[in-house]
Write a protein that binds this ligand. Structure first.
Ligand code: 13P
Ligand code: SF4
Length: 354
C-alpha cells in the first residue's frame, strides 16, 4: 500500500489564505473588451510575442491565443509549444508553474505572465525544504513530480510528469524495477497506482478545485441523466474517479467530447474547459459535475481562483510594460530543466506530443 499523511496544518492555512487573496478578473463592458483585444493584438506583433494559454483561463484569452498564432493547451502541450516557438516573448496565461516551465525550457526568451502571483495549491503544498527531507527518508526511490510544482522542487526530481503522460512514465519506471516517490497530488498518485498496479510513496497534496467534486451528488446527477458519459480529471477524489467513463488530462477530456458518439457529458474539471469543448462539439450538452466541501459550501466552485486572475487588463499591461517577467535562478534551472527535458523526450518518443 502507498502511504500518505495529512498535509501539515500550516500549509493548509497558507493555501486558504492564498485563495482568499486571489483577485478575480475585473468586469468589462463589450466596448472595453474590444478595445483591449485590439491593443493586445497590436502589442503581440510589436513585441514578437505569442500567447501560451491553458484551457482553464477566461474564454476571451483562449480566443485571442488561437486567433493570434499562439496556443490553448494542457500543461504538457503548453511546455512543448513554448520550447518550439520562434517568438522572442512567451506570454503565459495560466499559473506560475506554467510560466516557470516555459522559462526553464527557453531561458533565452522573455517569459511574461499577466498574473505572476497566480499559484496552485499543489505547488504551495510542496515546499522544497520539506520535500528534500521526504526524499532523504526514501533514498532508494526515483523521484517523480507533477508539473504543478516550483522550479526548486523540480530541481530535486528525476522526472517531471503531467496527467497527459503520468501513466506511461510510471509504467516505464516500474518495468525498470524502480521504486517511485510521487508528489504532490495524492489523488493523481492513487489513480496512477490503480491504473498501472505500480505502488508509489505519495506526498499528501491536493488541488483545491478538483478535491471538491462530490461522489454522492455526482451519483444523483448520473441517475438523472443516465445517458450522460462522465468525464473526470484525475486530480479528483478516488470515489469520483471510480465513477468516470473517461479519466484523463484536460486534452483527453476534450477529445472525449469531440470523438465519442454520446450527446451528453457530465464534466468534473474546471469549467473554463467548456469553452474549448463547446467550440469543438457545439451540438453536445455539457453538465458541470457538482462540487462542495466545508459544510457543503464550495470554495472554488469548479473554477481555479488563480487561473481566474488572468484578464484582458493584466495581459495588456504585461505586454505594454514587458512585466511581470518570470525569472529562475540559473543554478536551480540547471537541475530543474533535466526532469522536464526527460519527460518531453519520453513523450515525443511515445507519440504523445510533437
Ligand atoms: P492538465 O495538464 O490536464 O492541463 O492539468 C493542469 C492542471 O493544473 C489541472 O488542474
Ligand atoms: Fe492547481 Fe488545481 Fe488550479 Fe490546476 S486547477 S492550477 S491543479 S489549483
Amino acid at each position: 500500500m502507498s502511504e500518505t499523511t495529512q498535509l501539515a496544518p500550516e500549509l493548509q492555512a497558507r493555501i486558504d489564505r492564498l485563495v482568499a487573496q486571489a483577485t478575480p478578473a475585473p468586469m468589462l463592458s463589450r466596448a472595453e473588451k474590444a478595445a483591449l483585444e485590439e491593443e493586445i493584438r497590436t502589442l503581440l506583433k510589436a513585441r514578437n510575442a505569442v500567447l501560451v494559454a491553458h484551457y482553464y483561463v477566461d474564454d476571451a484569452l483562449q480566443r485571442l491565443a488561437e486567433e493570434t498564432g499562439g496556443i490553448v493547451a494542457d500543461s504538457l502541450e503548453m511546455a512543448s509549444f513554448g520550447a518550439r516557438s520562434e517568438a522572442e516573448v512567451l506570454v503565459v496565461c495560466g499559473v506560475r508553474f506554467m510560466g516557470e516551465t516555459a522559462k526553464l525550457l527557453s531561458p533565452e526568451k522573455t517569459v511574461l505572465m499577466p498574473a505572476l502571483e497566480a499559484t496552485c495549491s499543489l505547488d504551495v503544498s510542496c515546499p522544497p525544504e520539506a520535500f528534500a527531507e521526504f526524499i532523504a527518508r526514501h533514498p532508494d526511490h526515483t523521484v517523480v513530480v507533477y508539473a504543478n510544482t516550483s522550479a526548486e522542487v523540480k530541481a530535486l526530481a528525476d522526472w517531471t510528469v503531467t496527467s497527459g503522460n503520468a501513466l506511461h512514465i510510471a509504467r516505464h519506471l516500474a518495468e525498470r524495477g524502480e521504486k517511485i516517490l510521487w508528489a504532490p497530488d495524492r489523488h493523481l498518485g492513487r489513480w496512477i497506482e490503480r491504473e498501472t498496479g505500480v505502488e508509489m510513496t505519495l506526498w499528501p497534496g491536493h488541488c483545491i478545485v478538483h478535491d471538491e467534486f462530490m461522489a454522492f451528488e455526482l451519483e444523483k446527477l448520473r441517475q438523472r441523466y443516465p445517458d450522460a458519459k462522465v468525464l473526470v480529471h484525475p486530480e479528483s477524489p478516488e470515489n469520483v474517479v471510480e465513477m468516470a467513463d473517461v479519466v484523463g488530462s484536460t486534452k483527453v477530456l476534450i477529445n472525449a467530447v469531440q470523438t465519442l458518439p454520446d450527446r451528453r457529458f457530465i464534466v468534473a474539471t474546471d469549467y473554463g474547459i467548456f469553452y474549448k469543448m463547446q467550440q469543438l462539439a457545439p451540438e453536445k450538452e455539457l453538465i458541470a459535475a457538482p462540487t462542495g466541501s466545508r459544510e457543503r459550501q464550495c470554495q472554488s466552485c469548479a473554477h481555479c481562483p488563480w487561473m481566474a486572475m488572468n484578464s484582458l487588463v493584466n495581459l495588456r499591461d504585461a505586454l505594454r510594460n514587458m512585466a511581470p517577467e518570470v525569472h529562475v535562478d540559473p543554478a536551480v534551472r540547471e537541475r530543474a530543466v533535466r526532469p522536464i527535458q526527460r519527460m518531453l523526450a519520453f513523450s515525443r518518443e511515445a507519440g504523445l506530443i510533437r
